[in-house]
Design a protein around this ligand. Structure first.
Ligand SMILES: NC(=O)C1=CN([C@@H]2O[C@H](COP(=O)(O)OP(=O)(O)OC[C@H]3O[C@@H](n4cnc5c(N)ncnc54)[C@H](OP(=O)(O)O)[C@@H]3O)[C@@H](O)[C@H]2O)[C@@H](O)CC1
Ligand SMILES: Nc1ncnc2c1ncn2[C@@H]1O[C@H](COP(=O)(O)OP(=O)(O)O)[C@@H](O)[C@H]1O
Ligand SMILES: [K+]
Length: 507
């Protein structure tokens, strides 16, 4: 499922009308009808419905919806919140059809009248503004949006909650708070931003007939259940452990032996053939007792942390993960610097590994094999020198900039994790829940990433599947045996098997 900006959506619209030859009116009719069908399956026959219609094509959708539901016997009226001369083009055409079918319209922006109407309404259809919103909401629309939000009615938004920007980057905005949004064609970027996603309520998309050829330039998408299943490699009956990858995980310190344990266990559960844990001698007994399937590599230590001054046989491994629980001691730094220079297979940097590399990012440019960074927004802010708020406001843009500049894969973690490839292609992971907002969840993800990296031909697929498994494990656990309160990172490791059993034919 592709994710679009407003401009990309307008481009698809233009292509469909100009190149394919589909009439714009037909698209609006298709949109309004498809939305009406979804509305019908979400309301009662007796519900009183008020459509709020604005001046643009979103208002036009509103008039198609009003006509469709009126003709199906619903009690429905339209409040047009802009003066009549603002209704032009296709929207005017559909307004006239609604009137010709006996529909009733009141034209008002008066908050008292609107409040009275809301008191007699069960369902609001929000068709005030679509993806064409610019800048701050003007009056009377701003007050109308506040009035709708203050009312207890159920709100269904057409395409996008009115006022909400479609794209990333907006700091402040006023928006209708929808209970449910029926999105036309493709989800917009703001569906997947931490600060804008809640305004959509529940959402789904409707197909209005855009041709597949309109999608060819799109490079941003949601990773779906089906894609996960298709891209998960089969295990051959006669495979041996070497076929599933030999991974090295370096991390841990005397004070933090736990995080590497979670990474190692996750890598093993996710299917790695052989896993070696490289750490200080003080951490190895903990790792060995918790992960008896792994082998251990005792690294030189300095005051309880891994010393930077040592050579590691990286060439013996198919992929390396580095950083969890390393600590931020100066003397550890050169192990990270050297790994970025020397590891000539896939290298995954996480947690304190990112801290140590922050001033030497240029080294990524000299690599011949791929590097993957797995920052949470705080770590991404550290790496890019901007605030966490800025990262959260424009996670797609900051990820692309980093991935292109340093030719690295970026896994920017969050409630919607964004995976970005060096060529700028991006994929959003929608599995996972707030039960994962706990120490250790990131360590588990890194282990899954390591295992997936060694099992997939394509690294972008590996990263997308890893994020999918991580979140899905949490989702399955929360829907069965756990809750978002008690879920622990170690439970997520055990949940990996549930994901495989749910999705794989080879259980
Ligand atoms: N393929 C497609 O894309 C299809 C799209 N479709 C639908 O069209 C929608 C996009 O339509 P759109 O481009 O007409 O924009 P839309 O959001 O309705 O309104 C623009 C109006 O809003 C006004 N306005 C703007 N900012 C404002 C503010 N801050 N405060 C107050 N007013 C403000 C602005 O007024 P102006 O500034 O011009 O006076 C202008 O009149 C899309 O979301 C989908 O629902 C479907 O029908 C089928 C196919
Ligand atoms: N509310 C949430 N919804 C979905 N996933 C979440 C949520 N909160 C955290 N996660 C996931 O949990 C992991 C947390 O990673 P991180 O912040 O590095 O944790 P830690 O460093 O404590 O291990 C990431 O994969 C992130 O995507
Ligand atoms: K809307």
């Amino acid at each position: 499922m592709y994710i679009v900006t407003a401009n990309e959506m307008y481009g698809i619209d233009r292509y469909t009308t100009e190149e394919i030859g589909m009439d714009g009116k037909m698209l609006m009719e298709n949109a309004g009808r498809a939305i009406s069908e979804r509305i019908e399956s979400n309301i009662k026959n007796t519900d009183v419905i008020t459509v709020f219609a604005g001046s643009g094509n979103n208002g036009g959708d509103g008039y198609v919806i009003a006509r469709t539901l009126l003709n199906r016997g619903y009690q429905i009226t339209v409040i047009q919140v802009v003066p009549d001369e603002k209704i032009t083009g296709d929207a005017r055409y559909y307004k006239n059809l609604f009137i010709n079918c006996g529909g009733s319209i009141s034209i008002t922006g008066d908050p008292v009248e609107i409040d009275e109407a809301l008191n007699q309404t069960d369902i609001v259809i929000d068709a005030i503004l679509g993806i064409g919103v610019k800048g701050e909401l003007r009056e009377p629309i701003k007050t109308i949006v506040d009035t709708i939000n203050d009312s207890p009615v159920r709100v269904i938004s057409a395409d996008i909650p009115s006022g909400l920007p479609a794209d990333e980057g907006a700091a402040a905005f006023d928006s209708v708070q929808a209970d449910y949004t029926i999105i036309v064609g493709y989800p917009k970027m703001s569906t997947f931003l931490q600060h804008t996603a809640p305004f959509y309520g529940e959402w789904e998309t409707v197909d209005i007939g855009f041709p597949e050829s309109a999608q060819t330039s799109l490079t941003r998408s949601v990773w779906t259940d089906r894609q996960f299943k298709n891209k998960m490699p089969d295990r051959k009956k006669d495979s041996h452990k070497g076929d599933h990858g030999r991974g090295l995980i370096i991390g841990g310190s005397e004070e933090m032996p736990g995080s590497i344990v979670m990474t190692v266990r996750a890598a093993l559960r996710a299917g790695a053939g052989l896993v070696t844990a490289g750490s200080v001698k003080q951490a190895i007994p903990v790792i060995a007792s918790q992960c008896i399937e792994a082998t251990n590599l005792k690294l030189k230590e300095f005051d309880g942390v891994i010393s930077g001054d040592q050579s590691i046989p990286y060439q013996n491994y198919d992929a390396i993960a580095l950083g969890m629980g390393l600590g931020r001691h100066e003397s550890t730094r050169s192990i990270v610097i050297n790994a970025v220079r020397q590891v000539d297979g896939p290298l995954i940097l996480d947690a304190d590994g990112l801290y140590h590399i922050q001033h030497d990012l240029e080294l990524f440019k000299g690599r011949t094999a791929p590097a993957v960074i797995t920052p949470h927004p705080g770590e991404m802010a550290m790496l890019t020198g901007v605030s966490v708020q800025e990262i959260l406001r424009e996670p797609f843009a900051y990820s692309i900039e980093f991935a292109r500049m340093y030719q690295a894969f970026v896994v920017l973690k969050g409630s919607f994790t964004i995976v970005t490839a060096p060529n700028g292609h991006q994929s959003v992971n929608t599995t996972g829940n707030q039960g994962l907002a706990k120490g250790g969840s990131g360590d588990v993800l890194t282990g899954i990433i390591l295992a997936m990296t060694m099992q997939h031909e394509d690294l972008f697929d590996a990263l997308r599947n890893a994020c999918f498994v991580h979140g899905k494990a949490a989702d399955l656990l929360v829907s069965n045996s756990h809750s978002v309160y008690d879920l622990m990172a170690t439970d997520v490791v055990e949940g990996i098997g549930k994901v495989y059993r749910t999705f794989s034919a080879e259980t």
